[in-house]
Design a protein around this ligand. Structure first.
Ligand SMILES: [Cu+2]
Length: 348
């Protein structure tokens, strides 16, 4: 509210200044001295370029330093350091060029404003200059693009066989998580069988689905490869876990995935940051509707043995919702009961 008031105040002040300027020009016109008017308006415009350069330049540096910790979170994944190196190299190269060109752009607009007796220099060509400013950016950009390509190929390389597969489904407005259960294999899903309880559309014709479980909290093991199998139920979403330098779109009808290895458990990160409340988070980073901001999921990184213990405790979806046994083909029913540990007596 306070910020809004300040913003409105600034806008109002600018509007008043503009009106004063406008009125004084009109008075000039009425008095008939239009030549003077042009020079003074040029001077004002030129000066405003300088004011803009200094003002926004100050804001740019002030904000970059003030928020530095928020966009440079500690890295907690294996590929993260490689990613960081590339990110900061690109940032340094483009940052220097950005600042220099902006300074030149606004400074020159002020310096070379119209003056009555000055004459522009006719300078039609300079081949050497052309070659230099074509060649240098081409080489720098080629290096950045090819290094980026190599890092990206590395990061998105096929998952190793021993990876921990976990499914993440984005929907308006939350994330759902499904684990493959003790068989390590995620069962098929089918959007046509989605309903209120079976919100994932688990397909009970697939025997791999019987021990799949849908926990309330998301856990992953430290130091082991984890693959997020990502899908969306309605519109575009995007899985974003900044500490792991992980971002991948969730696209309806087109499964995507991201494999990574966490290097610091939640407990270790709490110690490192000296913040006992700290938790890793997954956010949605694709504006997906009104509740976009609320798509937040807590992610807990456990030591592998704690993860196994937590994993073994989870009850399968089918065990929690035994009414879905009716969807299991009759020849697989026995297997489903065995796999999920449903008590036969409960069924009668
Ligand atoms: Cu979303």
């Amino acid at each position: 509210m306070f910020n809004l008031a300040i913003g409105l105040g600034v806008v109002l002040l600018l509007a008043i200044l503009f009106l004063i300027f406008r009125i004084s020009s009109l008075i000039g016109v009425a008095k008939g001295n239009t030549d003077k008017l042009e020079t003074s308006s040029n001077k004002i415009n030129g000066a405003m370029f300088l004011v803009f350069l200094v003002g926004t330049g100050f804001l740019f540096f002030w904000y970059s330093f003030k928020e530095f910790e928020n966009y440079n979170l500690p890295v907690a994944s294996e590929h993260g350091s490689e990613y960081e190196f590339l990110f900061w190299t690109t940032m340094a190269v483009t940052g220097v060029v950005f600042v220099l060109t902006q300074i030149l752009l606004f400074y020159f607009s002020w310096k070379y404003q119209y003056k009555e007796n000055s004459k522009a220099l006719f300078y039609p060509e300079n081949n050497k200059l052309e070659v230099v400013w074509t060649f240098v950016p081409a080489v720098v950009l080629a290096i950045l693009v090819f290094t980026g390509w190599r890092v990206w190929t590395d990061i998105t390389a096929p998952a190793p066989e021993n990876t921990n597969n976990i499914e993440i489904m984005g929907y308006q407005f939350a994330w759902g998580v499904r684990y493959p259960g003790l068989d390590g294999e995620l069962g098929n899903s089918d959007y046509r069988v989605i309903e209120a309880t079976n919100s994932f559309g688990i397909d009970f014709n697939d025997k791999a689905s019987y021990d799949d479980f849908i926990p309330r909290e998301m856990h992953i093991p430290k130091g082991e490869p984890v693959t997020f199998n990502i899908r969306a139920r309605d519109v575009l979403h995007s899985v974003f876990a900044p500490h792991f330098r992980l971002k991948m779109d969730a696209v309806p009808g087109m499964p995507t995935s991201f494999t990574f290895t966490a290097t610091k458990s939640t407990e270790e990160m709490r110690e490192e940051l000296n913040d006992p409340e700290f938790n890793y988070e997954i956010a949605c980073t694709e504006v997906c509707g009104r509740g976009h901001y609320s798509m937040k999921l807590t992610l807990i990184v456990d030591e592998p043995e704690d993860y196994r213990a937590w994993y073994a405790e989870q009850e399968s979806f089918l065990k929690r919702n035994p009414e879905y046994l009716t969807k299991v083909p009759s020849d697989l029913k026995e297997l489903a009961i065995l796999k999920t540990g449903i008590d036969n007596k409960e069924l009668d």
